[in-house]
Design a protein around this ligand. Sequence first.
Ligand SMILES: NC(=O)C1=CN([C@@H]2O[C@H](COP(=O)(O)OP(=O)(O)OC[C@H]3O[C@@H](n4cnc5c(N)ncnc54)[C@H](OP(=O)(O)O)[C@@H]3O)[C@@H](O)[C@H]2O)C=CC1
Ligand SMILES: Nc1nc(=O)c2c([nH]1)NC[C@@H]1CN(c3ccc(C(=O)N[C@@H](CCC(=O)O)C(=O)O)cc3)C=[N+]21
Length: 299
Amino acid sequence: MAQVIDGRQVAASITGTVKAAAAALEAETGVKTGLAVVIVGDDPASHAYVGAKGRMAKECGFNSVQHTLPATTTQADLAALVAALNADPSIHGILVQLPLPKPLASDPIIQSILPDKDVDGLHVVNAGKLATGDLATGLVSCTPAGAMVFVRRTHGDDLSGLSAVVIGRSNLFGKPMAQLLLNANATVTIAHSRTADLPEVCRRADILVAAVGRPEMVRAGWIKPGATVIDVGINRVPAPEKGEGKTRLVGDVAFAEAADVAGVLTPVPGGVGPMTIAMLMANTVIAAHRAAGRVPPAF
Ligand SMILES: NC(=O)C1=CN([C@@H]2O[C@H](COP(=O)(O)OP(=O)(O)OC[C@H]3O[C@@H](n4cnc5c(N)ncnc54)[C@H](OP(=O)(O)O)[C@@H]3O)[C@@H](O)[C@H]2O)C=CC1
Ligand SMILES: Nc1nc(=O)c2c([nH]1)NC[C@@H]1CN(c3ccc(C(=O)N[C@@H](CCC(=O)O)C(=O)O)cc3)C=[N+]21
């Protein structure tokens, strides 16, 4: 039976460190850590995530600001808001919730955020710093940073000799996850929708990370016995057993059968999801420390 990681507990230990660091920064320099979250339109799931981020920011003692814009917002209006937040010294982190409603283009918006305030780690400067191994001045995308905390807690900081397979190659998750694993000396394979014999590729992994968006795609037979399996997928599926029209959340890994084969396994919900929010708080307090000329805590 796999050891199941409690992501909520690990996330709470991260936010505990964030809270202490924010309090110390404020006591010593008068700087209150500031996070601005921008949400456009009325997608209920996005509003739920943004609400959770705002609550956690307050719990960490941050100045937490939410900008809610209508779906009819123009590209120029959104760009003007980002420019104002870039120029606001009380704001250290800016997150624009994705996806943006049509016809807004997310890339020009993300690339207009000051890299030092890009707590999502999506600006090309931050992606480039990660790719070149400059973790001291860049900001890393929150979900891969959170997944990496689980990997480090299981295997330590040095993954020499271990093979890692990441399923998914998005800029938001797959690519930065692969870079983090590579920085830690793992031998990394990135698999995707064009990969031949995906189960066979996955079976070679000591560390298997699934970020596909397909409910329970990874089966027990894809997993090397004893492997560490990190499930990033967030999929809402019908749950008629809970009542008509009800849904439940499942990952990209068939959890019950994977638990018989894996050594370590993360659940959905309660795995990587809570870590994403915790690492957003971590990135924000890191950005505030740097802005104040202080050495940030390590996470
Ligand atoms: N827990 C959290 O905090 C977060 C969770 N997520 C979740 O992680 C998942 C992935 O997110 P994201 O990276 O943004 O998604 P994308 O849709 O951007 O990327 C999905 C990736 O999966 C690959 N893929 C799709 N189908 C298959 C298949 N049948 N076999 C192999 N590979 C496949 C795609 O390949 P190709 O490139 O060839 O199309 C693509 O690279 C989603 O479920 C999302 O909800 C995302 C962010 C945060
Ligand atoms: N700019 C931007 N940055 C993001 O990081 C970003 C984004 N946009 N858009 C959407 C995705 C998705 N995402 C999640 C965050 C928390 C949970 C989370 O806390 N999940 C809980 C369950 C929540 C529930 O029950 O619905 C869990 O897995 O336990 C999930 C997914 C961040 N994203």
